[in-house]
Design a binder for this molecule. Structure first.
Ligand code: MGP
Ligand code: SAH
Length: 427
C-alpha cells in the first residue's frame, strides 16, 4: 500500500484587475451557478449576520472571477491591479467567544455566501470545510464517477459545507447524515442559500455507524434483508435508532432512516477529529487508530436507567481554556470518549469500505494525519495498491487533507516519483 501525496493549490485571495466589471452582488447569487472561484466587491449593504446595517467599508460580498495568486509579471499600460483578501477583520466577532474570532474572520472563506445568512454553530465554525476545498473535493468525486448519476452519503454532514458542494454537481444526489438535528436544520438552510434543488439533498438524523454497519453492504440497502445470525440480529436491534419525526426545512426533508435510498455509490467522511486541539500531535502526528474516536449508537437503556443524553454535547465542546499545557491537551484529547463504545479512525475506513459499491470512500482528515496510519487503515480495510492523499493548500497554507480510496491511482505513480513526494505506507 502506498499513500500518494498530491499537492492541490487553491486560492481565495489574490490579485484582480481593478476595472473588472462589477456585478451587483445579488445577481451574483441568483444565478445559482456552482461557485468555482471568488472575487470580491466592496459593499455597504447590510451584513446578513444580524441584518443590521453596517458601515464597514471592508465588508465584502463574494463570488466572481478567480483572483490570481500574483499580479502578472507585465502589466499593460493603464491596467490597475488590486490585492483582495477573503479575510475580513473589519467587523468584530459578534459571539463574544474569542476562540471563534479566527473562524469569524474567514467566514467568507467557509461560505462565499456567508452574507446571505449562513448559519453555523460552535462546532460548525471550526469544522466546516472551506468552500474552495469542498468544491475541489466534490469535483474529484465527479471525476471518479465519470459523470454517471451517483448517490453520495455524506456521513458527517454538520452544517453542510461538503454536502452542499456535492449537491452542486449535476447527476449527484446527496444523503447527508448527522447525529445532531439542529446542525441538519442549519445545513438545510445553508443549502437553500446556495439554491440546491431539494430533490438533490436529503438530511437524515442518525448515528452514521448504524447506517454504515447495518443498512448497506457493497452499496446495496440491506436493512430489510434477512440477517445471517441471531447474534447479528440482536446487535442490529440494540443499535436501531428510535424513530424520529420528519420535517421540511426550506424545502429539504430532515428526518430518519426511512428515506434511505436503495443504493449508495460513494461515502464521504469528514468526522469530528476531536476538536481544535488535534494540532498538539505535531506534524504527521495524528494517528487514526489512537487519536480519532467516533461514538457508536447508544444501546437502548433499560426503562428505569438514568438518561444518558446523547453524550455528544461535551464531546464536541472543544473551545476549552487554552491555558492548559501542550502535554495536558495531549493527555486530555478525546479522553472523555469511552474507548469501549467507539470506533477509531482506522476502523471507520473498513466500515465505510464494506458499505459502499466499489469501495469509493473519500476521507477528510487533519493536515497532520500520520500518513502511515492512513496507509495501514486502508490496508486493513482490504484496499490494495495506492491511496491518494491530496493536501489542500489555500493561498499557500496547508489547511486540510483528503484521502481518496477505491481507485488504484497508478496513473499518478510516475508523476509523483518524478517529484519524490511519495510517502510509502507499509504494513
Ligand atoms: P484549524 O486547524 O482549526 O484552522 O482547521 P487553521 O486555519 O488550519 O489553523 P492554523 O491556526 O493552523 O492556521 C482547519 C480546517 O480543518 C477547518 O477550517 C475545518 O475545515 C477543518 N477542521 C478543523 N477541526 C478542528 C475539525 C474537526 O474537528 N472536524 C472536522 N471534520 N474538520 C475540522
Ligand atoms: N463536513 C462538515 C463538517 C462535519 S463536522 C461541513 O463541512 O460542514 C463533524 C460532524 O459529525 C458534526 O456535525 C457531528 O455532529 C457529526 N457526528 C459526530 N459523530 C457522528 C456519528 N456517529 N454519526 C453521525 N454524525 C456524527
Amino acid at each position: 500500500m502506498s499513500v500518494l501525496i498530491h499537492r492541490v493549490s487553491l486560492y481565495d485571495s489574490g490579485w484582480t484587475k481593478r476595472e473588472q466589471p462589477q456585478v451587483s452582488h445579488d445577481s451574483a447569487y441568483v444565478t445559482h451557478q456552482p461557485v468555482a472561484a471568488y472575487s470580491f466587491q466592496l459593499s455597504t449593504k447590510t451584513s446578513s449576520w444580524d441584518r443590521k446595517p453596517t458601515s464597514h467599508a471592508g465588508s465584502v460580498a463574494v463570488c466572481r472571477v478567480r483572483p490570481q495568486p500574483l499580479p502578472p509579471a507585465t502589466v499593460a499600460a493603464g491596467e490597475r491591479w488590486m490585492q483582495l483578501s477573503v479575510m475580513d477583520r473589519s467587523v468584530p466577532n459578534p459571539f463574544g467567544n474569542s476562540d471563534l474570532t479566527k473562524y469569524w474572520n474567514q467566514r467568507r472563506r467557509l461560505f462565499s455566501r456567508f452574507d446571505h445568512g449562513v448559519q453555523l454553530d460552535d462546532e460548525g465554525w471550526f469544522s466546516v470545510t472551506p468552500e474552495q476545498i469542498a468544491d475541489h473535493v466534490a469535483s474529484r468525486l465527479y471525476q471518479l464517477s465519470e459523470a454517471r448519476p451517483m448517490v453520495v452519503l455524506d456521513a458527517f454532514c454538520g452544517c453542510g459545507g461538503n454536502a452542499i458542494a456535492f449537491a452542486k454537481l449535476p447527476n449527484v444526489t446527496v444523503l447527508a447524515v448527522d447525529v445532531d438535528r439542529a446542525k441538519l436544520r442549519r445545513a438545510a438552510h445553508n443549502a437553500a442559500i446556495y439554491g440546491i434543488p431539494p430533490h438533490k439533498l436529503a438530511f437524515v438524523e442518525c448515528n452514521v455507524l448504524f447506517i454504515l454497519e447495518h443498512c448497506y453492504r457493497q452499496g446495496d440497502f440491506v436493512l430489510d434483508q434477512p440477517i445471517a445470525t441471531p447474534e447479528l440480529a440482536t446487535k442490529m436491534m440494540a443499535a436501531m435508532p428510535p424513530p424520529v419525526a420528519t420535517e421540511i426545512v426550506e424545502g429539504f426533508s430532515v428526518g430518519g432512516i426511512d428515506v434511505l435510498p436503495r443504493r449508495v455509490d460513494a461515502v464521504f467522511m469528514d468526522p469530528p477529529w476531536g476538536g481544535v486541539d488535534y494540532s498538539v500531535f505535531g506534524k504527521n502526528g495524528y494517528d487514526l487508530h489512537r487519536n480519532m474516536k467516533i461514538r457508536r449508537p447508544l444501546v437502548a437503556a433499560p426503562p428505569d436507567a438514568p438518561s444518558a443524553g446523547d453524550g455528544l454535547d461535551d464531546f464536541f465542546d472543544s473551545f476549552q481554556a487554552q491555558t492548559r499545557s501542550k502535554s495536558e491537551r495531549k493527555a486530555q484529547f478525546n479522553s472523555n470518549v469511552d474507548d469501549a463504545n467507539c470506533v477509531n479512525g482506522a476502523e471507520l475506513v473498513a466500515i465505510a469500505a464494506a458499505a459502499t459499491a466499489q469501495h469509493i470512500v473519500i476521507y477528510d482528515l487533519p493536515k497532520n494525519v500520520n500518513r502511515t496510519s492512513l496507509g495501514n487503515a486502508a490496508l486493513a480495510a482490504g484496499y490494495r495498491g495506492n491511496c491518494k492523499l491530496e493536501e489542500h493548500f489555500l493561498n499557500g497554507r496547508l489547511k486540510t487533507v483528503t484521502a481518496y480510496m477505491g481507485s488504484d491511482w497508478s496513473n499518478l505513480v510516475s508523476d509523483i516519483a518524478d517529484t519524490s513526494t511519495t510517502g510509502t505506507a507499509t504494513p
